[in-house]
Design a protein around this ligand. Sequence first.
Ligand SMILES: Cc1cc2nc3c(=O)[nH]c(=O)nc-3n(C[C@H](O)[C@H](O)[C@H](O)COP(=O)(O)O)c2cc1C
Length: 322
Amino acid sequence: MKPIKIGNIVIENPVILAPMCGVTDAPYRHEVAKFGCGYTVSEMIASRAALLDLKNANQKAQRGEFEKVMAVQIAGFEADVMAEVAKKIADQGADIIDINFGCPVKKVVNGMAGSALMKHEDLATKIMESVVKAVSIPVTVKMRKGWNEENQNAAKLAKIAEDVGVKMVTIHGRTRAQLYDGKADWEFIRSVCDSVKIPVIVNGDIKNGQDARCAMEISGANGVMIGRATYGKPWLISQIIDELCGREVKIEPCAKGKWQIIASHMEGIAELYGKQAGVGIARKHLSWYSSGLCGSSEYRGRINQCNDFDEVMRMTGEFWGI
Ligand SMILES: Cc1cc2nc3c(=O)[nH]c(=O)nc-3n(C[C@H](O)[C@H](O)[C@H](O)COP(=O)(O)O)c2cc1C
């Protein structure tokens, strides 16, 4: 695994935590970064909404204490609004601005944002140009293969991105039409790597070190981005880094170690959102942490019926034998 350069920023081990709405908030990124993940991306921030509700945008763009290089992702379809939001976020200390051309969600693409922009190359170009011009930090783009099977223009759009000053592209190896169906196409990403000189990151269905190695070999990409496989396993990315660097892979934390991670993660959630608003987010992560363990479905049933943060934590301590 070789370091990559995103503009003037060097990432020693390009194994990147994917942006995931409702998951990769500051408390979670903080835990993942503690394990040595050197590059994390925030949840997407809807640009127009961000101008109206700065508190929510600031919450999403907040840096976890251990985060090294942190990108904040913005979505939208109005170039001037996106440029304004990018500038605000850069002024608040983000290292990188990532633009979302990949979100498949209906309410996002109906507003012409996310992956819908892959159908509108002129508008996508204007957005990239405006954001690059607005900030002095590097700008990156995350996209899919294309809109659908007949329109797979990621290689073309990546070249346009490079030409307007974007410093890295990440490709999720599915089209928008696929949503999350089928298997991510790592082979396709080779065509993107062939079309640009900036770093290309392969994303989709990478669950472990072996997948990461395979995805890089098949695609020719310079690094990997991992999303869902990290659910309940903030240590996974560091294990993948170990494996790709040919080092001995650190073993999974023991139950006591996991409890310490969980306690710190939950403390972060309570601090960021408050206990009342944070309990739903806490329960989601707690369910993932318990996945596959003996008695976990009964535990999940109980916490999912409880709206009191402290009581959920009491049940969690009991489940983990604390
Ligand atoms: C719950 C969830 C939320 C997501 N939110 C975002 C987002 O805010 N921005 C984005 O670019 N991609 C988002 N994605 C897509 C992921 O970043 C990633 O591209 C996708 O999950 C495929 O990678 P994986 O197979 O490693 O999970 C999201 C995915 C999930 C499952």
